[in-house]
Design a protein around this ligand. Structure first.
Ligand SMILES: [Zn+2]
Ligand SMILES: [Zn+2]
Length: 295
């Protein structure tokens, strides 16, 4: 299996000299099974350069898994070049949105409104299909088994576990470890805590023993204090997940858009210092646009 990062930035694309090493594109990850089957996770702006790289292997069937409908995870979709070329298939997978009452087709139709994009879906030349997924119901994409898990974010957000040929990867999407909203002395604390413990156990089960865990590490623990409830994790929370789940390698992603490459490396150096690796601990890396990892 191979994982390649095409977009590692959170919230908004952040190109420029200060982010050129880790990249400014928003979330997009290319997965290849050992049979070279293509799975794409999220369609942030990174899907545009990925789609350019696919022009050498047309026609393609692109199975795209959408974690959630926030812009930074979908905004590259109208610019996926194979959409405009006959013979290609784009198969979009994602959650049902209880707020709008619509399935994953909405992440395309909203963006293709004529006020925002000049080409209508009917004019696109590729075959475009929509598959609305249910939590914890696996689907088969070629040799890969894909299972969506509900994560914790202000909108419905799927983390995805992908398994093929004995290898596995889990992507959290945007995820904030659930927090108890009550103080320990309040009467509802215990009941809420048991709900959180259940949720944590289900997230750890979803990640359990993966070769590669790709996790939302938007903030440092110090920054997190003023950003509770925004739906994002920290380096520390993701390292704890990786350790407890027995992941082999953690890629930290969804880099904060105002963080320069130098600042990101400084923050990460401190994180590594705070989490010295013992035997059996996962390896920790920063996700970087253009980096691929084969396992
Ligand atoms: Zn995001
Ligand atoms: Zn989000």
């Amino acid at each position: 299996m191979k994982v390649k990062f095409w977009g590692v930035r959170g919230s908004i694309a952040s190109p420029g000299p200060a982010t050129v090493r880790y990249g400014g594109n928003t979330t997009c990850i290319e997965i290849r099974t050992d049979l070279n089957e293509l799975i794409i996770i999220d369609a942030g702006t990174g899907i545009f350069p990925l789609s350019q790289s696919l022009l050498s292997e047309l026609p393609v069937t692109a199975n795209v898994l959408i974690s959630h409908s926030h812009w930074d995870h979908i905004q590259g979709l109208p610019f996926f070049i194979p959409n405009f070329i006959p013979g290609n298939t784009l198969r979009l997978h994602g959650a049902f949105d209880p707020v709008s009452g619509k399935g994953v087709e909405q992440v395309m139709s909203v963006q293709l409104q004529y006020s925002y994009f000049p080409v209508r879906e009917a004019e696109m030349k590729a075959q475009i299909e929509y598959v609305t997924l249910m939590p914890e119901q696996s689907i088969q994409l070629g040799s890969a088994t894909v299972t969506p898990f509900l994560m914790n974010h202000p909108v419905v957000d799927f983390g995805y576990r992908i398994e093929a040929n004995g290898k596995s990867v889990f992507f959290t999407g945007d995820h904030e470890p659930p927090l108890n909203i009550y103080e320990t002395h309040e009467p509802d604390y215990a009941e809420y805590q048991s709900f959180i413990d259940e949720k944590t156990a289900s997230v750890l089960h979803a990640m359990s023993g993966v070769d590669v865990l790709i996790a939302d590490c938007s903030y440092t623990t110090a920054e997190y204090g003023s950003k509770k409830g925004w739906g994002h994790g920290t380096f520390d929370s993701s390292i704890n997940y990786a350790k407890q789940a027995g992941a082999k390698l953690l890629y930290c992603t969804h880099h904060e858009p105002t963080r320069s490459d130098d600042a990101l490396e400084a923050v990460f150096a401190k994180v590594l210092e705070d989490h010295p690796r013992k035997a059996g601990d996962p390896e920790y890396r920063l996700a970087r646009e253009g980096e691929s990892y084969e396992f």
